[in-house]
Design a protein around this ligand. Structure first.
Ligand code: SAM
Length: 237
């Protein structure tokens, strides 16, 4: 479960208004995460206070920096145990969320949290580079989100093909990723995007975070994303 006091203290500077019912859904997710993590490795962050700050408050900061309209369609790429996607969905159930991961067990966990909280979402068990070549998913989302999935040149190839022209890819990074971000710029441009905002902030004191908003300006050339082996062997740089 969440440390309620620590949760509200941490999100206060970000002006995010989490009402009682949203808090209860997030708290249920945290409780199930901590419990399930005892028998199945969902996350390395295990202590309730760490879970509260480094998972839940961290993911909610997206709402300070990105304007997410009602009923927005979002795909969370490499969602793992549901970060940031499930936090966004439980806070804002109007969002149409697709949870994508190549690991089935973690998606099963997300499904059980959704059921328990009485909200719905699309579960997609595929690799990003396969899903983004399917017309059902390609350029169909207002936003793609990703946290801790891959370095920016590779991550952009996974994520930007999902985003509609005019939409945004929201990349959550650590603040020390300067080199990675300059390396990512070429890939972002080839894939039809550009960095609109690059925000560095402290989640709490001495815990720097970075949110990069990448706007999709033009369609991604059809050859991207390439097959997995090519992406990892030869990232666009
Ligand atoms: N985003 C979550 C978070 O911040 O806690 C999970 C991060 S975890 C380190 C990376 C996740 O990305 C794993 O669950 C992995 O299965 C998934 N992943 C990595 N590459 C992927 C790909 N190409 N397609 C789909 N999922 C991928």
């Amino acid at each position: 479960m969440l440390n309620k006091k620590l949760f509200y203290e941490t999100i206060k500077p970000f002006n995010i208004n989490v009402d009682e019912s949203a808090f209860n859904r997030l708290d249920k997710f945290a409780e199930m995460l901590i419990e399930t993590n005892k028998s199945f490795n969902l996350t390395a962050i295990k202590e309730p206070d760490d879970v509260t700050v480094k998972h839940f408050a961290d993911c909610l900061t997206i709402f300070k920096y990105a304007d997410i309209p009602e009923n927005a369609k979002i795909i969370d790429v490499g969602t793992g145990a549901g970060f940031p996607g499930l936090v966004l969905k439980l806070f804002r159930p109007d969002i149409q969320m697709t949870f994508l991961d190549s690991t089935k067990k973690k998606l099963g966990f997300i499904e059980s949290v959704l059921n328990e909280c009485g909200v719905s979402g699309e579960i997609l068990h595929l690799r990003a580079e396969e899903a983004a070549q399917l017309s059902k998913y390609r350029e169909k989302f207002d936003f793609a989100t990703a946290r801790a999935v891959a370095a920016l040149p590779v991550l952009s190839e996974y994520c930007l093909p999902f985003v509609k022209v005019g939409g945004t890819f929201i990349s959550m990074k650590s603040a020390e990723s300067n080199e990675e971000i300059s390396e990512g710029k070429k890939a972002i441009s080839i894939l039809g995007g550009n960095i609109e905002e690059d925000i560095v902030f402290d989640l709490v004191e001495n815990m720097p975070r970075r949110i990069i908003l990448i706007k999709k300006n033009s369609q991604t050339p059809t050859k991207y994303p390439r097959p997995s082996a090519q992406i990892s062997k030869k990232p666009i740089k």
